[in-house]
Write a protein that binds this ligand. Structure first.
Ligand code: NAG
Length: 189
């Protein structure tokens, strides 16, 4: 159970990087506020654009696009941070699979940066940042349409950035045995 949850969190965080904008439907707009595309061809958008945000995303690129199960995904991103960000910053993460709310979590931003071994760490100084990260998409990501929204805030509650996106993983053609195993593994969904 715990292992599945951790896997889901990891998948969710990266799913937000590769949501497909062309899939955004009326339904998606119910979950998403006003969005703005980020240059680079990735399907991720900045959301809450009506609010002041400390981080301006300048570029976001993923390869392959769309991402594939069991393959390495390379993420390249750059952005300008207008103010320093200290320990205590946090991320509110929400994930839907179809209409079902899977997750609603608050995570420590500085711990996230560290746990993912990104080249940046807290405290973050106001500057232009560029990061590249390779992640392996698990083979066992269940099929479906995922809607992910992440809002990051400073320790004082000022909005750092809002990112949202949508992606889908197609059904996998499998032998019956592994389908049954998958149903039992993910029954809590
Ligand atoms: C992904 O990259 C890692 C590290 O470079 C490598 O060990 C692994 O085999 C790669 N996985 C795939 C599916 O290419």
């Amino acid at each position: 159970m715990m292992k599945n949850l951790i896997l889901l969190i990891i998948v969710s965080l990266y799913t937000i990087m590769f949501a497909n904008g062309s899939l955004i439907t009326d339904l998606g707009q119910v979950f998403m506020p006003i969005n703005r595309k980020i240059p680079g061809g990735s399907p991720i958008s900045t959301c809450d654009v009506q609010n002041d945000q400390i981080l301006t995303m300048k570029y976001l690129h993923i390869s392959p696009n769309p991402p594939e199960r069991g393959a390495n995904l390379t993420i390249t991103a750059s952005g300008i941070l207008e103010e320093d960000v200290e320990e205590g910053a946090y991320v509110e993460l929400e994930v839907h699979l179809g209409l079902i709310k899977l997750l609603s979590l608050t995570l420590d931003l500085c711990e996230l940066l560290e746990d993912n071994k990104l080249s940046v760490s807290c405290p973050l100084e106001a500057a232009r940042y560029k990061i590249e990260k390779v992640v392996e998409i698990p083979k066992q990501v269940p099929p479906g349409v995922y809607t992910v929204q992440a809002r990051a805030y400073t320790e004082d509650g000022d909005e750092i950035v809002c990112l949202s996106g949508k992606t889908s993983f197609p059904p996998v053609v499998r032998r019956w045995k592994s389908i049954i195993r998958q149903i039992f593994t993910f029954q809590w969904w």
